[in-house]
Design a protein around this ligand. Sequence first.
Ligand code: CP
Length: 304
Amino acid sequence: MMNLLSMDHLSKEEMMALIDRAIAIKEGNIAPFDKTLYVSNLFFENSTRTKKSFEMAQAKLGIHTIDFEVSTSSVNKGESLYDTCKTMEAIGCDALVIRHPENEYYQQLEGLNIPVINGGDGSGSHPSQCLLDLMTIYEKFGYFEGLKVIIVGDILHSRVAKSNFQALTKLGADVKFVAPQEYREHDLPVEYVDMDQVIDQVDVCMLLRVQLERHLYNHDDIQAEYNKHYGLNMERYLRLKDQAIIMHPAPVNRGVEITDELVEADKSVIFEQMTNGVYMRMSILQTVLSQHLVNTPTIQVVAG
Ligand code: CP
């Protein structure tokens, strides 16, 4: 696994290896690198969790994080994504973590000789979020096969929905979507269901943020009524199975996707997802960088 670009590129075995490694790290088994490594996080879109948990993961692994802020960089002089990344490679970065608003931005990066970890591309993929979600589900249930999962909300604009649908389906879970017509993605082979007809049967209720910044049209009408029709509220919470869990990638629009009182309710694992995000990102960095180091020939210094 030289890069981590989307969940499409990962086999079941590779996903399970990343989860197992993340759980082992969480239990205290950290094997530090025996070489100084440098990673830069290039975030062309806003982020709190992904950027900061990659920074935390890098700190815990002893990796040097090379600061990069788009707002003060030569991106503002028109430098392309490719030239920016080649520059980071040329100055000695061993890997890049990139978030970018363009779907599959990484197609522009052929020619780069260091690994890329996708921190989210437009409405395409969010593999590190998906893997931390898988880790959290696996910790709770110990398996994926047959788990009933609903992914609820702004599917059309959600890279989290697409990555989780691909991965969970590959792992044998039964995934269904819940969404208003305006937020549906029709290119995926998945059934849309009524939340109130399935809420008492699901194991995982995964809520999505309504991504107003990506909407081309104003859906004020949906927003006003969203929680009543598609959000998690106390009435629906009380119908969940005893062992069911509530997930949300965050940031949360409190009162919209989930009522305020439920964000930290017993069945909510929203903050556990964030904690697991650090361990999963350590697992990803270790896997990608170890593979890269094996494939990078060592320069032989010959005396004389
Ligand atoms: N879940 C997630 O990607 O959050 P950030 O946008 O804050 O990174």
